[in-house]
Every structure is written in structure tokens, then in C-alpha cells.
Design a protein around this ligand. Structure first.
Ligand code: DC
Length: 231
């Protein structure tokens, strides 16, 4: 007997805690975690290495189509054309380049197709900007995870510092986040927005644990056969 496939879509601006929350919900439910931002980052890294301009839409689309992107869950990682790029895509330069590449309709088409294929096989928790609106508009559970910009910047700064990236200031990270969010929210193709049937969750005042419990309760309420693996 095959269980019903469930899609949990988590969208929201940079630094809202989507990755942490999505990973935890996936582990608790026994679902596959899919970080779609990592896919846009992978294409941006490839373009950077090839010296392809971010204005060269046709070539960027070709890279997105050709990219062999694997999202590993254990250990968590991103593999591009056979190379582990997990750490290489986590820096402010790639963040901005990914945001720019993601505004190109052809790049989005190519990656959305890959995302739908990944989600067609098993129950998933997929996070990004357009999962509940475009990639899986019929997702069983849609969350829009938000937080005040200063709080998101502080969290992102701590994350980058923990990875040994020094020399960054809160102001610089805040500027980076605001710039990226404005671009992601105002682009013509699949802009970041809350789906009308998504639950708005604000993590400004709440701990990761509190947000996790709230979302888990929503997931449980709307799924009849999701199994929890660990407490
Ligand atoms: O989630 P992230 O910060 O890793 O995403 C990097 C960029 O990729 C983000 O600024 C916008 C883009 N993105 C997107 O347009 N659609 C998605 N589903 C995920 C990310």
C-alpha cells in the first residue's frame, strides 16, 4: 500500500529561518528536504566560474538546463556536476548572483522543472520563494515564514561568522538582505509573495523550537498519514 505523497512548501525572505525549520520538519516527518535556493546558487557559481555574465540570459538558461544538481541529505550537501559545492555557494557574492540569475525566466523554467521532478517521488519539505505559488501550487501545507529584517540580518551574520567568514558587519549583511529581498519581491517572474492559502508565520519573537512546533502542528493537522520519526 503506498502512502499519500505530501508536499510542505515553505517560502519567505532571506534569513527567515526557512532552511533550519524545513530541515527539522523533514527530519521529524521522515520527508525529503529540498533547498531550492541551493539550486539557484549552483547555477550562479557555475556562471561565475565560466565568466558568463548575469545579463547573458540565453547562456544562463542553458547552464540551468545542463546543470546536474544533486541535493544530498546525509550528510547534507549540494553537488554540481559531480563536485561537492556545499560550502562554495554560501557567501554574499553568490547570494547576490543567485538572486540575479533567479530573475531570468528561462533559468526559473529549467530549475522549476527539476524541482517538480524531485518532488514527484516522495513526500517533501521544499523551501524557497515560489514553492507555494508556482512550483507546487497544490501543496498540502503552505507556510510563509517571515521575520523583521534586522533579526534576519543578525541571524545571517551569526551563521556566516560561525563558518569562519570574518570582516562582515551587521550593516553590510542587512544591506545585502534588503537588496536581495527587493529584487526577489519585485521581479516579473514568480516574485516572492505569500500564496493566498499559505499560513503566515513570523519568527521575529519566537525561537526556532517554537516555530518548529507551530508548523509541525499544522503539518500534523493536515496530514492523516505522516509518520514522525523522532521526538
Ligand atoms: O534561499 P537562498 O537565499 O539560498 O536563495 C538564493 C536566491 O535564489 C534568492 O535570493 C532568490 C533565489 N530563489 C528563488 O528565486 N526561488 C527559489 N525558489 C529559491 C531561491
Amino acid at each position: 500500500m503506498s502512502a499519500r505523497r505530501i508536499v510542505v512548501a515553505i517560502d519567505g525572505p532571506a534569513g527567515a529561518g526557512k532552511s533550519t525549520i524545513a530541515r527539522r520538519i523533514a527530519a521529524r516527518m521522515g520527508f525529503l528536504y529540498i533547498d531550492t535556493g541551493a539550486m539557484y546558487r549552483a547555477v550562479a557559481l557555475w556562471a561565475q566560474r565560466l565568466g558568463t555574465s548575469l545579463d547573458d540570459h540565453l547562456n544562463l538558461e542553458q547552464l540551468a538546463i545542463a546543470a546536474d544538481i544533486e541535493l544530498r541529505s546525509n550528510p547534507l550537501g549540494v553537488v554540481l556536476n559531480g563536485e561537492d559545492i556545499t560550502e562554495l555557494i554560501r557567501n554574499p557574492e553568490i547570494s547576490q548572483a543567485a538572486s540575479k540569475a533567479s530573475a531570468i525566466p528561462g533559468v526559473r523554467r529549467a530549475l522549476v522543472e527539476k524541482q517538480r521532478a524531485m518532488g514527484a517521488v516522495t513526500s517533501i519539505v521544499m523551501e524557497g520563494r515560489d514553492i507555494g505559488t508556482v512550483v507546487f501550487p497544490d501543496a498540502e501545507i503552505k507556510i510563509f515564514l517571515d521575520a523583521a529584517a534586522e533579526v534576519r540580518a543578525r541571524r545571517r551574520l551569526e551563521e556566516l561568522q560561525a563558518k569562519g567568514q570574518g570582516g562582515l558587519t551587521l550593516e553590510a549583511v542587512l544591506k545585502d538582505i534588503n537588496e536581495r529581498d527587493t529584487r526577489d519581491r519585485t521581479r516579473g517572474e514568480a516574485p516572492l509573495m505569500q500564496a493566498p492559502d499559505a499560513e503566515y508565520v513570523d519568527s521575529t519573537e519566537n525561537s526556532i523550537e517554537q516555530v518548529e512546533e507551530r508548523i509541525l502542528a499544522l503539518v500534523r493537522a493536515r496530514t492523516s498519514n505522516g509518520k514522525e520519526l523522532h521526538k
